[in-house]
Design a protein around this ligand. Structure first.
Ligand SMILES: [Zn+2]
Length: 148
């Protein structure tokens, strides 16, 4: 799903706990967006695609570097350190982060049909790559409905 859809999902989770401070709700909201930071590799990839040394950072690292339990732990620890309501915010950050992974699992098939498997156990293990056979495309109508 798009980062905008992930933002709305995180925002919905954050606002399901109205007792959180504005800052803690921001942590929960952005926890549903930050996995896609590994998609920023598309910028150097596009800029160097016709060069002698193309950097395939988006192709090689999107859905790899930050779509895993290792990065989920980093985000949760950051929330635990900086949140006002530590336990509640950290748990909701964990939920929000995993809502991103679930949303990608069900609705992020690439334009070329690639399912972008999620290597969930990285960096601890490369054995589990999550996919779902019913996954729909990034631009399919369910994603638009979710965003709305
Ligand atoms: Zn993603």
């Amino acid at each position: 799903m798009s980062p905008i859809t992930h933002f709305f999902i995180g925002w919905t989770i954050a606002n399901a706990a109205p007792s959180l401070t504005k800052r803690d709700r921001a942590f929960v909201t952005w926890a549903s967006v930050v996995p896609d930071l590994d998609g920023l590799g598309i910028i150097p990839e596009k800029l160097t695609q016709n060069s002698a040394h193309p950097m395939n950072w988006w192709t090689d690292y999107h859905h790899v570097l930050r779509h895993n339990i290792g990065f989920a732990l980093v985000v949760a620890v950051a929330a635990a350190i900086f949140a006002n309501q530590t336990i509640k915010t950290t748990l909701l950050v964990w939920l929000s982060f995993h809502a991103h992974l679930l949303a990608d699992l069900i609705g992020a098939r690439g334009p070329d049909g690639d399912q972008w498997p999620i290597p969930y156990l990285l960096p601890f293990s490369n054995r589990l790559h999550l996919t779902w056979s019913g996954q729909w495309a990034l631009n399919a109508w369910p994603n638009i409905v979710f965003s709305l």
